[in-house]
Design a binder for this molecule. Structure first.
Ligand SMILES: Cc1cc2nc3c(=O)[nH]c(=O)nc-3n(C[C@H](O)[C@H](O)[C@H](O)COP(=O)(O)OP(=O)(O)OC[C@H]3O[C@@H](n4cnc5c(N)ncnc54)[C@H](O)[C@@H]3O)c2cc1C
Ligand code: SF4
Length: 328
């Protein structure tokens, strides 16, 4: 591991000021960053410890929404009564991730910024990885690409975003609150993570030095009919091959509103408002769900080893909504 300085911030303002140092990185739970540092994938010159900032509360917002502080551990968020009652989709997604020990340590802010699980990105023995070494190429496109993207990829990178939590946050139309050198701002989830384009080294639209302070969830009608379906190689402790966050506002058998996002298929949580819109105003049935699943995967482009993801993702969309709506 490269030598680095360590500074502990005692306020958000101090953290943002310290982050102006060259090659500075925030560290929260450290469950992703330390692995990356040990592998030489990232080599920050200074670590700014933000884990003890007063950002570990979960509070009700005046409009009926909920704010989750960036330092709230994943386990605490998943088990908090406000989250369990109002956002069971988020609770399920959090509990589908990692292991109990990791969820105790991993934070909401860190989870949003965890990096891809592309094997070529993690292993510095492979020299061709545009995300790790911009301009070096992409070993995955003609290599082993079983866990890679089928939607929104580019000729520079076909990596996926591995976060379960982010898929639920995208479906629930959450907002990420940040504080940076230019002040505070709020970023809608669909604009927070980015597609790789020609700059896959950038996972998000954050400006350098911006600190995530909280995630806001709007008032939700998705508390009764929600299901997070994670399809993976093992029943536990494995990243998603495909995941689906599905939720419905169902009244008298009619869909009033629908929420859908997919994980494991793109560089960002994949939200398709058109597929949601196809369900609204209709009774929930298998043919409507199949049509929505087809719409959600429109434009998919599988690679040599991940062709199975296309059918798997469609089946998962139908299954997740069927369970959410009680017609499975
Ligand atoms: C073995 C293993 C299995 C896992 N399985 C899953 C899984 O199945 N599903 C899943 O979703 N995740 C999984 N994870 C990933 C885990 O969820 C993340 O490692 C964790 O959420 C990261 O949170 P952290 O607080 O430890 O972040 P850190 O490691 O501290 O930081 C991660 C990144 O976020 C930045 N950062 C942290 N906090 C902030 C902030 N407030 N503002 C700005 N930048 C910040 C850091 O600079 C760093 O770049 C797994 C991890 C491991 C090690
Ligand atoms: S898919 Fe992205 S992360 Fe993986 S090798 Fe290619 S450029 Fe690197």
């Amino acid at each position: 591991m490269n030598p680095f300085d360590y500074r502990r911030a005692s306020s958000v303002e101090e953290a943002v000021a310290l982050a102006k140092a060259p090659d500075a990185a925030f560290i929260a739970g450290g469950t992703n960053l330390l692995d990356l540092m040990k592998g030489g994938v990232t080599t920050p010159a200074v670590l700014i410890d933000v884990s003890r900032l007063a950002l570990a509360d979960i509070t009700e917002l005046p409009d009926g929404g909920v704010r989750i502080g960036a330092m709230v551990p994943n386990a605490d968020a998943a088990n908090h009564p406000l989250v369990r009652q109002r956002y069971p989709l988020l609770s399920q997604a959090l509990l589908a991730g990692a292991s109990p020990q990791l969820r105790n340590k991993a934070t909401i802010g860190g989870n949003l910024l965890q990096r891809t699980r592309c094997y070529y990105f993690y292993d510095t023995a492979f020299e061709h990885c545009n995300k790790r070494a911009p301009g070096s190429g992409c070993a995955a496109i003609d290599g082993y690409n079983r866990n890679h993207a089928i939607l929104g990829a580019s000729s520079s990178c076909i990596a996926t975003n591995p976060s379960d939590m982010s898929v639920a946050l995208a479906a629930l139309r959450a907002t990420v609150r940040v504080q940076g050198p230019g002040g505070a701002r709020a970023i809608p989830m669909q604009d927070f993570h980015r597609l790789p384009g020609a700059n896959p080294e950038r996972d998000t639209t954050l400006i350098p030095g911006e600190l995530i302070t909280a995630v806001d969830l709007p008032r939700s009608a998705f508390s009764r009919h929600a299901h997070y379906l994670k399809v993976r190689d093992r029943a536990s402790y494995a990243f998603a091959l495909v995941s689906v966050a599905a939720a419905l506002d169902l009244r008298d058998g009619m869909v009033q509103d629908a929420a859908l996002a997919l994980g494991g298929v793109a560089h960002k949580p994949w939200r398709v408002p058109q597929a949601e819109a196809m369900l609204i105003g209709h009774p929930l049935d298998q043919s409507a769900l199949q049509a929505a699943a087809d719409a959600a995967l429109l434009g998919a482009h599988p690679y040599e080893h991940n062709r199975f993801k296309l059918a798997l993702a469609k089946h998962a969309v139908v299954r997740a909504f069927s369970v959410a709506g009680g017609i499975a």
